[in-house]
Design a protein around this ligand. Structure first.
Ligand SMILES: O=P(O)(O)OC[C@H]1O[C@H](O)[C@H](O)[C@@H](O)[C@@H]1O
Length: 347
């Protein structure tokens, strides 16, 4: 029976991740990635290289080989027929992420409460965007450009990559399909980090091209609410706002936002975290300073009924609060990296 063992080698100058695999043809050591593959194009060329077991004996002295499978709390699984990975903390907090789009599908805290809305009618066909969860909208937001709505990252298969304890990571690199839509070389890594009652989702972008890279981003989180009629969002009072439904610009006057109809606004992100307050508890929502906007969206009853992949009353159980960089694109010079994150904490 084939056996696969993940190995991390810590060495001055970087970490290397390998998969040691047995097969009828022998034992193979596959280099999966190393710590600076995102920035160093020469290293990226090594990914996928195979070393036969005989070569392992010639490894330089001084390497520490650390087995990663055994204590590693990451389980591959099928989620509505699509491949996904689950990360579970000893306390019981758990996140599930699909390889399709590196799309976070579920976050449950140790008390068993689901914190993320996923539409029961979402399409899981390995091609379509998934309704709910946390879509990664990159390199375009909405229809602000010539790419498919919200870019292509949410519609493509990502690769799992080793990550630190308590984290789960996936990568996406340019290939023929992305270059046909968007002629740029890039490396993305999405990392989900779990702590008790807290989830942080981080996107690292590397420009592996010889020309500058320009892009937008939204970490489009669908936060689960018990009933939108009894939820309020605090922290946006005074923030510059563009109400996209009425095409109006103003400074937010409400102490707390309430949602009684379709709502779709882009705010200049305040420095302090937001709070989603419900009778059942409060969720704190923070985002990196690199995300200069926060998008707030609820489709309301009429649009919810029109969305084919959402139940008619789906709008009652979700509120999107998105960490975004959309008003001014990021421009990354060749070899440069950029990071964005959103952190959700149950208070
Ligand atoms: O239906 P989707 O392509 O997933 O987009 C869902 C929503 O995303 C964002 O929140 C935008 O501000 C909305 O205008 C859009 O309707």
């Amino acid at each position: 029976m084939p056996i696969t063992i993940a190995i991390r080698i810590d060495k001055a100058g970087g970490n290397f991740f390998f998969m040691l695999q047995t097969s009828p043809g022998g034992i193979f050591l596959n280099l999966i990635s190393d710590s600076d593959f995102m920035t160093n194009p020469r290293r990226r060329q090594l990914v996928g290289m195979q070393i036969r077991h005989d070569d392992m004996h010639s490894a330089p002295n001084g390497l520490r080989v650390l087995p990663r499978i055994g204590g590693m709390p990451i389980q591959p699984l099928q989620f509505r027929g699509q491949p996904a990975l689950a990360l579970t903390l000893p306390a019981g907090d758990r996140a599930v992420v699909a390889l399709h789009g590196a799309h976070l599908l579920s976050w449950t805290t140790a008390d068993g409460t689901e914190r993320i809305y996923l539409s029961p009618e979402a399409l899981f066909d390995g091609k379509s965007a998934i309704r709910g969860g946390i879509p990664v909208c990159w390199p375009q937001f909405n229809v602000r450009g010539s790419l498919p709505k919200h870019g292509f990252a949410r519609n493509l298969p990502w690769q799992a990559t080793p990550a630190a304890d308590g984290q789960l990571a996936m990568t996406l690199r340019d290939d023929g399909a992305t270059r046909a839509m968007w002629p740029h070389a890039f490396g993305l890594q999405l990392t989900v980090a779990l702590a008790p009652r807290q989830l942080r989702i981080t996107l690292d972008v590397a420009n592996t091209d010889a020309a500058p890279l320009s892009f937008a981003l939204a970490l489009h989180s669908y936060l689960r609410v018990d009933d939108i009629a009894h939820a309020r969002l605090e922290g946006l009072h005074g923030a510059p706002c563009w109400d996209s439904l009425r095409d109006l610009r103003y400074a937010e006057t409400a102490e707390a936002l309430r949602f009684t109809a379709e709502f779709d606004s882009v705010y200049t992100a305040p420095a302090a975290p937001l709070k989603l307050v419900q009778p059942s508890g409060t969720l704190q929502i923070a985002q990196s300073i690199t995300c200069t906007e926060t998008v707030v969206w609820n489709p309301g009853a009429a649009l919810s009924a029109k969305l084919a992949d959402m139940p008619d009353d789906g709008y009652r159980h979700m509120l999107c609060v998105e960490a975004a960089r959309i008003d001014d694109n990021v421009t990354l010079l060749p070899g440069a990296q950029w990071q964005a994150w959103q952190e959700l904490t149950v208070l």
